[in-house]
Design a binder for this molecule. Structure first.
Ligand SMILES: C[S@@+](CC[C@H](N)C(=O)[O-])C[C@H]1O[C@@H](n2cnc3c(N)ncnc32)[C@H](O)[C@@H]1O
Ligand SMILES: [Mg+2]
Length: 327
């Protein structure tokens, strides 16, 4: 069923409705047989639908400083040394909008539009405000040189950026310091799992184009969840493990157009939207909305779409554990 979310875009909202696409087998190890079929999808409008439940209205709920919390998260490192080395080798190019990160620079306005609209709805903020994220603690996990962290800070968020590559963090710090509107961003060379051990939590946890580069996607998502306050928001983007993604995001982007260094993405490490939903569900994140990114080569622009077959983004809400669940 297709309904419009907004005049300019339609977005896939996860439901367990009987409508939608047929199931398929999952490859994620450790998923129980009851998860063997894909969840069903339906495209509908959160505004127009009378059948679907209203979106949750959680306010920011950072616990007071010093409150002990269960750490949760993964004890397994998310670091894949080969991936970290790949990014270290091109760290100098983060702010070259014609360099290897050109696709991310081009995608930035589109992914920010998704983040702005979902976080504003989640935290009941005015998306037309100049600083709609004011007062929210946001972490950008795998921030690279800070190309997402900076606009988040300009939207008023109190931003922490972390990355496994020290060179990235140094470049991000220097770049942010050159503008008063981004100088408050705190950057650290660390991983999500190490930050969990410090009991850090954030209203919104964002990790774009990182999960396909980590050693264990499930553990990584557990750490993202542990970093998110109960009722907080988590946003993840990545590339689907589809034949179309293989043809476009790998063969075309790396071997024909030379947009990305060869070997940037390995098809077998890509995660499908259905797998991501289940991984997040197991990590206590309930996916509320997903959208695809599609590229228009004539205009050189990306836009949001309901086509999740190549690049996609998901927004979820951290569930509040009831006492019986946490035992
Ligand atoms: C494709 S870049 C995405 C950068 C940024 N999120 C963006 O979309 O603009 C992936 C980033 O993840 C970082 N990274 C890879 N593995 C990581 C891990 N286990 N923990 C934290 N960062 C990691 C890399 O150093 C790199 O900066
Ligand atoms: Mg990638």
């Amino acid at each position: 069923m297709l309904r419009r979310v907004a005049p300019s875009l339609r977005r896939a909202i996860l439901t367990s409705s009987a409508h939608g696409r047929a199931g398929a087998q999952l490859t994620e190890p450790g998923l129980s047989p009851r998860h063997a079929l894909l969840p069903q999808w339906r495209l509908c409008s959160s505004a127009a639908s009378t059948n679907s439940p209203p979106p949750p209205p959680p306010p920011p709920s950072s616990p007071p400083q010093g409150t002990p919390r269960p750490a949760g998260g993964s004890t397994v490192s998310s670091l894949n040394p080969a991936e970290v080395a790949k990014f270290a080798a091109i760290a100098e190019t983060w702010w070259d909008s014609e360099g290897p990160f050109k696709p991310l620079h081009l995608m930035n306005p589109t992914r920010l539009s998704f983040i702005r609209s979902t976080l504003c709805r989640h935290f009941r903020r005015d998306p037309n405000s100049s600083k709609p994220l004011e007062g929210l603690k946001v972490i950008d996990v795998g921030c690279g040189g800070g190309i997402l962290s900076e606009p988040l800070a300009r939207m008023g968020a109190t931003v922490t950026g972390i990355d496994a590559v020290d060179k990235n963090i140094k470049i991000a710090r220097v770049h942010a310091a050159s503008d008063p509107s981004t100088a408050s961003i705190e950057y650290f060379c660390t991983t999500a799992e190490d930050l969990v051990k410090e009991n850090k939590q954030f209203d919104a946890v964002i990790s774009l184009e990182v999960i396909e580069h980590v050693a264990n996607p499930s553990g990584f998502c557990e750490s993202l969840s542990a970093l998110t306050v109960p009722n907080g928001a988590t946003v993840i983007s990545t590339i689907n493990r589809s034949m179309r993604a293989y043809a476009t995001a790998i063969v075309a982007a790396e071997y024909i157009l030379n947009w990305l260094p060869k070997g940037t993405h390995q098809w077998s490490k890509l995660v499908t939207p259905e797998e991501l939903v289940l991984i997040l569900e197991r990590a206590s994140i309930s996916v509320q909305e997903m959208a695809g990114f599609v590229y228009n080569p004539l205009r050189g622009e990306w836009s949001l779409s309901d086509d999740l077959t190549v690049n996609y983004i998901a927004y979820g809400m951290k569930k509040v554990e009831t006492p019986s669940e946490s035992n």
